[in-house]
Ligand binder design. Sequence first.
Ligand code: AMP
Ligand code: ZN
Length: 131
Amino acid sequence: MSDCLFCRIVAGEIPSARVYEDDHAIAFLDIAPFKRGHTLVVSKRHVPNALADADVLASLAPAVTAVGALLTERLGADGLNILTNVNEVAGQSVFHLHVHLIPRYADDPGFAALVRRTADDDLDAVRAALA
Ligand code: AMP
Ligand code: ZN
């Protein structure tokens, strides 16, 4: 879909800080990270959200596992929040399936702290550590 932001990123028409790719997914750094290393796993095929197609959702699992390992091993994450928003009421703003991987660190714990944006948005440094 030519008017879909994430389709255009998948196609390479819009730049992204890409850290992973396989047959079904790409992963790139979120442009406005909640925490250092906040990464989006994005399906190569356009479907609007995680409930639209079970096969596409399942096909993202290897990418989620691989990127989760990268964030743990290379960035030193102590844990992660893994989530996907379905529909505007849940906070979805880009209507192309993506899974948020949000690294969590011991000095900033807890679910309530999740939605604070980080001041550390140096995507170049984070990408250099991951890719
Ligand atoms: P959601 O609100 O769940 O649909 O998530 C969309 C995410 O995409 C947000 O966290 C945005 O910060 C992120 N985002 C929007 N545009 C870009 C972009 N060009 N590159 C990377 N991340 C983006
Ligand atoms: Zn799309």
